[in-house]
Design a protein around this ligand. Structure first.
Ligand SMILES: Cc1cc2nc3c(=O)[nH]c(=O)nc-3n(C[C@H](O)[C@H](O)[C@H](O)COP(=O)(O)OP(=O)(O)OC[C@H]3O[C@@H](n4cnc5c(N)ncnc54)[C@H](O)[C@@H]3O)c2cc1C
Length: 403
């Protein structure tokens, strides 16, 4: 992607963010999935943001993706979060080079990739991430969802607890464990399930504090048949391996979203303080030395989180899967997850009671920001990861991590 294409992409994201902002309150208030926002995402070919240009996508690198997500999240963080779930699947395929050779496995992997690209670019299909389970969260090594091998493919059984875009997405990327394995660490694989496949049932029960319009719902898989061709990159056992060694998608995808919440909060604060006068005076609050000091502190926190986020994303592009990149991803995830609630709470305190009103975005940003620390890796998991990395622990072995 050259700089003109990057500018074009960012321009599109800024325009969409403005439109998303106009609809965010309605979606949030009624816990409605942002169908119109996704229609615009499709119209602008953004479902294919990570797909290489030669296959009809934008061909974004991880840093550009992170910046695009930050901008989209300034308009509606819930839409950006759901959109990231789709890119976890597509992005993690796009970064793997085409399999060389003409053996059966290589051509099956290439066929799988070609199918995904076709579904996204031509048919505008949306992929959801179905990993977390009741009582397990996203701790993939403890999954209860299992698959049995058959001659033609797999049979999946299990329950997923938090599937964003549940009911809206066309395909569900299901993390499941090989059943009846004698190994202490059975293969964990990703299988792609059609929304309309027999045995798939969904509930619509998402009525929560924040990220209300993501339609994050439980999905049950009962004896669901999955053809062989829908095994992620035609490889069993790739899921846990890839998540532990290259956590940038499952952990780092969110960082752009939660950074976007911080950016939107700061921009709102700057604008509001320039237009609200000190009580009983004609002087805007922005001229007050205490407000300037507090604003300086928030700026410093935003900019530190942003620099850490861009640094991590750049390392994903230049040294994907390295210890340095993985630690940087966890560090950035920690900063944006903790920085959002702190910054939104402080902005409400500084702007005052009027901005608690729902016609302002602050209270929604506050609620949405509270979800960051719960999503993988949780803030505590991030700290443990960075701490272990500092002692030189080998974090590429899944059992050494929180997964
Ligand atoms: C808005 C939103 C959207 C989401 N979308 C998706 C999605 O699309 N797909 C998907 O698969 N998932 C999704 N999730 C789920 C998410 O990925 C996590 O799995 C989930 O948030 C973890 O939930 P949990 O805190 O209950 O689970 P856990 O991680 O199991 O944590 C439960 C509690 O146990 C504690 N704990 C965890 N491990 C330990 C330990 N080793 N020792 C001591 N205490 C521990 C934690 O601190 C926590 O208090 C979404 C979640 C949210 C909030």
């Amino acid at each position: 992607m050259d700089s003109a294409e990057r500018d074009e992409l960012m321009k599109v994201c800024h325009e969409l963010a403005e439109e998303f902002a106009g609809r965010a309150d309605d979606y949030d208030r009624h816990s409605k999935f942002p169908v119109e926002n996704f229609a615009q995402i499709k119209d602008n070919n953004l479902l294919a943001i990570m797909i290489p240009k030669e296959y009809g996508g934008w061909g974004a690198d991880f840093l550009t993706y992170t910046k695009a997500l930050e901008v989209l999240a300034t308009g509606d963080s819930a839409t950006a979060l759901a959109y990231n779930m789709h890119n976890i699947m597509v992005g993690s395929i796009a970064e793997v080079p085409e399999a060389a050779g003409d053996d059966k496995r290589a051509s099956a992997a290439n066929d799988f990739r070609a199918w995904v690209y076709d579904e996204v670019v031509k048919h505008k299909k949306v992929f959801a991430s179905a990993t977390s389970e009741p009582g397990i969260g996203a701790h993939v090594s403890h999954l209860k969802t299992v698959y049995d091998r058959t001659d033609d493919g797999f049979i999946v059984n299990g329950v997923k607890s938090f599937v964003s875009m549940g009911g809206y997405a066309d395909y569900y990327v299901v993390a499941a464990k090989a059943a009846r394995s004698k190994s202490k660490t059975p293969a964990v694989s990703f299988l792609i399930v059609d929304r309309d496949a027999e045995g798939v049932t969904m509930k619509n029960i998402w009525d929560v504090l924040g990220m209300r319009s993501t339609s994050t719902n439980p999905v049950t898989f009962k004896d669901v048949l999955v053809p062989k061709s829908r095994l992620f990159l035609a490889s069993e056992g790739l899921a846990l391996y890839k998540i532990a060694r290259e956590p940038h998608w499952l952990v780092g995808g969110y960082i752009g979203v939660y950074l976007g919440i911080m950016s939107a909060t700061f921009d709102f604060l700057i604008d509001y303080m320039q237009n609200k006068n000190k009580p009983g005076s004609e002087t805007p609050l922005s001229q007050d030395p205490v407000v300037q000091h507090q604003t300086g502190q928030l700026y410093s926190e935003l900019q530190s989180a942003r620099l850490a986020t861009y640094h991590a994303a750049r390392l994903v592009d230049t040294a994907r899967g390295s210890d340095e990149a993985n630690a940087a991803v966890h560090h950035a995830k920690y900063l944006v997850s903790e920085g959002g609630p702190k910054m939104t709470a402080m902005a409400i305190r500084m702007c005052g009671a009027t901005t608690l009103a729902r016609r302002f975005p602050l209270e929604r940003l506050y609620r949405d920001s509270r979800c960051g620390a719960l999503m993988p890796a949780s803030s505590d998991d991030c700290l443990s990861y960075i701490g272990k990395a500092a002692y030189g622990t080998n974090l590429k072995n899944p059992i050494e991590t929180y997964w």
